[in-house]
Ligand binder design. Structure first.
Ligand code: GLC
Length: 749
């Protein structure tokens, strides 16, 4: 009893301390606000880039240092390293009120230690691993002067022509929401810690729905689609405590996100009660003039501040117009004060007023940026991100798949344009700066050397370039393949063919690479193909003819070691695709959770009157949730605790998973539901839960899921999120198209 009293007393002290601390911060913010001129207030709403690292079009005068000294800048971006951030912070300390700068950076998948691109990490379905990866990235970045990370990018994308599909978590809203939550938690860490930073959920909203997959293009959809598919990962980011949001470049149903009151005020700050601040994307406020939504920069500034964009990155719209708009009483000073207050609040919470140089400490930088634990974890996460797409015996003979390769192989030919490059393995949105020595990269060639030592003779030939029509290198590649016991071919798209402003109308393997695959196949040697890319690619001949294929995305600093771990069986691949792979571009958009239509493709196989192409199967080349293993898993014993529930009740689902193969493995067990009839049509299936489990040979584990009313609910015509009575199909799958166990249940009034 005494213990309880003491504990509750301590809790009370703690709550009052936090409250008093919070009260102190808001008091400090108000006290500072009272001292600020309108120019200094607008300064807090202005962000500039460090010039030589511009991540967008430079369109405004470059007077950052002068402006900082005059209190006209609140944040910088693309300033990297304790040295440079300290320099800029020292300039800020010369301003009248000495308000410290925020330093933002796109630390999308690592800082010095580079992790797999986010789409690759999403293929791991390992939320803990993704949180850890984000935490390490933030730890390194915060030791290098960065206190604001422009991540996670949480845009759902169903169109692999869009270059930024590499930056997110793929096509599924449920998986994307879970990953958004994990990454925000990972990046931000524990408020007040020396390596805590503020994260930035982006790009709000529906940036991934760009028509035609063309970057920056319009997104046009029903509010229901917006709420059902594109908004939930952002809500998950709010729930995870994301400190900031970044609006997107696109218009949503005709209104640019930067000036879109519906998404910024009604939804984000209204319904979701988001208390952080919103930064525009690079120049996006000013770009409302190009959109044709604002006559000039002044109208753009009015639209943006009124809609809820708090900080202006690189357009100068606020710096040049806000004071005048306040003077003309078109913008209330209250609106400006509210925006400034949120930004100052974050700077106090980060401890920047106590110590403006807290993040610019060169000793800590050296220590954190050379932590071997970070690269060890990067290698593990990379191994979890590699998807085994195919593994059959050579030439479809009976027997074991080509993979894993034996370490006793005498001679291996390692061929292709991706074998030796270093930087390419980082993919897009990597930091890659000499002064932070981010050139620590294990090439794919080096990875095999590390793995095999002198036991195996490694032969190399480039074979061909990534793009272009030159086949002069084929002869050499064929020659070394003929000398080898097995061939590994590493091909793909260039690392800078994905990322921002990198949409491709043709997502086939570029150049003559698939011809090289055919030429090597013709040698009759056992062949493994590695495909490196920032998006799903189309490689139908390779997929149909090559016995073993690994999708290696862009895996970061430890790429070579992670690939070697999987090739030789030290790591059993466990990843599953977070996005559907089309057979041809003509299928796009293609995603698993589609509506059935009145003439479904599947049910009308023999009727010409069905929703299908007459020249292509309707299914993807590789479906959402697909990935193989070096072992096999048996699904059995599906049990439901109830077959009829009210909307206040839950169903417990349990299944047994057994490792029926010869090696340890991890399996991602997926639970899909189908609401058979709704007041609006419902998808043929939706991912509603998953678990990734480890199983030794012969081991069986019981996996349990809970189906609650949240999982049965959807947005109806009135945008009410609720469930409706009726029948549901329940599917337990190894992928969206490999359903192992099925059952049904009913939701009753
Ligand atoms: C870029 C990107 C955004 C990034 C910002 C700053 O244009 O759209 O994701 O955070 O500018 O680099």
């Amino acid at each position: 009893m005494v213990k309880k009293i003491v504990l509750s007393f301590l809790l009370l002290i703690n709550i009052s301390l936090v409250f008093s601390q919070q009260k102190t911060i808001s008091q400090k913010v108000d006290a500072l606000l009272k001292q600020m001129t309108i120019e200094e207030k607008i300064g807090q709403l202005t962000q500039y880039s460090f010039d030589w690292r511009a991540t967008g079009p430079i369109t405004v005068k470059r007077d950052q240092e002068e402006a900082i000294k005059n209190g006209k800048v609140g944040a910088m971006l693309n300033v990297l390293g304790s040295k440079y951030t300290r320099q800029y912070q020292e300039i800020a300390m010369q301003s009248r009120l000495k308000i410290p700068l925020l330093f933002g950076q796109d630390v999308i998948h690592g800082y010095k230690t580079t992790f797999p691109i986010p789409l690759a990490e999403a293929a791991s379905w390992d939320l803990e691993a993704m949180e850890l990866s984000a935490r390490i990235a933030a730890t390194e970045a915060s030791a290098s002067g960065i206190n604001w990370i422009f991540a996670p990018m949480v845009d759902i994308a169903r169109d692999p022509r869009w270059g930024r599909v590499m930056e997110g978590a793929g096509e599924d809203t449920y998986l994307g929401s879970k990953i958004a939550y994990a990454r925000v938690k990972g990046f931000q860490g524990k408020s007040g810690d020396i390596n805590a930073v503020i994260a930035c959920a982006k790009h709000f909203a529906a940036y991934g729905a760009a028509i035609g997959g063309r970057d920056y293009n319009s997104a046009d959809m029903s509010d229901r689609m917006l709420w059902e598919t594109y908004l939930p990962p952002f809500k998950a980011a709010v729930d995870a405590g994301a400190a900031t949001f970044m609006n997107s470049f696109n218009d949503i149903n005709g209104i640019p996100a930067s000036g879109n009151k519906y998404i910024l005020s009604d939804i984000l700050k209204g319904k979701w009660k988001f208390k952080g601040f919103v930064v525009s994307d690079w120049g996006s406020i000013g770009e409302m003039v190009a959109h044709g939504y604002a006559k000039d920069s002044k109208e753009a500034a009015l639209a943006a501040i009124t809609a809820g964009t708090d900080m202006d990155m690189e357009s100068n719209a606020y710096r040049n117009n806000l004071a005048q708009l306040v003077k003309e009483k078109k913008v209330s000073i209250k609106l400006v004060n509210d925006a400034v207050r949120k930004i100052l609040q974050k700077k106090f919470e980060l401890g920047l007023f106590d110590d403006p140089f807290k993040y610019s400490n060169s000793e800590r930088e050296q220590q954190e940026l050379n932590n071997p634990e970070h690269t060890k974890i990067a290698r593990e996460i990379a191994g979890k991100s590699i998807v085994l797409l195919k593994n059959t015996p050579p030439f479809a003979k009976v027997g074991a798949g080509v993979l894993p390769l034996s370490k006793d192989i005498k001679t291996i030919a390692f061929i292709g344009p991706m074998v030796k490059p270093l930087r390419a393995n980082h993919g897009a949105w990597a930091i890659n700066l000499p002064e932070i020595d981010s050139t620590y990269i294990v090439s794919q060639w080096k990875g095999l050397e590390n793995k095999l030592g002198k036991n195996t003779q490694l032969l190399y030939a480039k074979g061909c370039e990534i793009d272009g029509q030159n086949k002069d290198g084929f002869a050499e590649a064929i020659a070394i393949a003929n000398q080898a016991d097995a061939v590994i071919l590493s091909i793909g798209e260039r690392w800078d063919m994905s990322g921002e402003a990198k949409s491709r109308s043709n997502i086939h393997l570029p150049g003559v690479q698939e011809d090289l695959v055919k030429a090597i196949m013709a040698t009759g040697k056992p062949l493994v193909v590695l495909i490196n890319a920032g998006r799903p690619l189309i490689f139908n001949w390779t997929a149909d003819n090559v016995p073993a294929i690994l999708y290696t995305w862009w895996l970061g600093s430890e790429a070579g070691n992670a690939i070697a771990d999987v090739l030789f069986g030290d790591v059993n691949p466990s990843a599953k695709l977070p996005i559907s792979f089309p057979r041809e571009e003509g299928q796009i958009p293609i995603y698993y959770n589609k509506f059935n239509t009145g003439r479904p493709f599947d049910n009308n196989q023999h009727s010409p009157y069905r929703s299908a192409y007459i020249d292509l199967p309707g299914s993807p080349k590789y479906p959402f949730g697909f990935g193989l293993s070096y072992t096999t898993f048996e699904y059995s014993e599906l049990k439901l605790s109830k077959k009829k529930i009210k909307n206040t009740e839950n169903i417990e689902v349990s299944i047994n998973i057994t490792n029926t193969g010869k090696v340890f493995g991890e399996e991602i067990v997926q639970l899909y539901l189908r609401d058979k009839v709704g007041s609006v049509v419902r998808p043929i299936m939706e991912l509603k839960d998953f678990q990734k489990i480890k199983l030794n040979v012969g081991e069986t584990k019981t996996v349990k899921f809970i189906i609650d009313n949240q999982k049965l609910s959807f947005y109806n015509e009135k945008l009410e999120f609720k469930s409706e009575p009726g029948d549901f199909d329940l599917m337990i799958g190894a992928s969206s198209s490999d359903i192992r166990l099925r059952d049904t249940f009913e939701l009753i009034k």
